[in-house]
Design a protein around this ligand. Sequence first.
Ligand SMILES: [Zn+2]
Length: 129
Amino acid sequence: MSETEAALLTAARKAALNAYAPYSHFRVGAALLGEDGRIYTGCNVENASYGLTVCAERNAFFHAIAEGCRRFTALALTAERPVPPCGACRQVLAELCPPKMPILLGALDAATPVTRTTLGALFPDPFAL
Ligand SMILES: [Zn+2]
């Protein structure tokens, strides 16, 4: 694993600790590497009206967009156990990232093995206009 990938996983684990997850108690953190070299983080934010909940990955993307970054080169996602992005997040990823972009799936416990995949493997046929 590269130094950059390790930094992404660390940032994602740190973001997960800020998750607002009083309903699921499932904390998720995301760290997105922008083409500008910056790391943009996000965590899941739940709501009593469940449909208003926003995933960690989408929060990271929206954070990056608000900061002016629109091209990305890697994503790390961490949770209590490694989980892939949900379908809605995969569609957002497809809008903003190349299919070969690496995605690292890790756990909050750094000793848990990290799974490496790509957007194209997770979501080969996105909706597009
Ligand atoms: Zn999601």
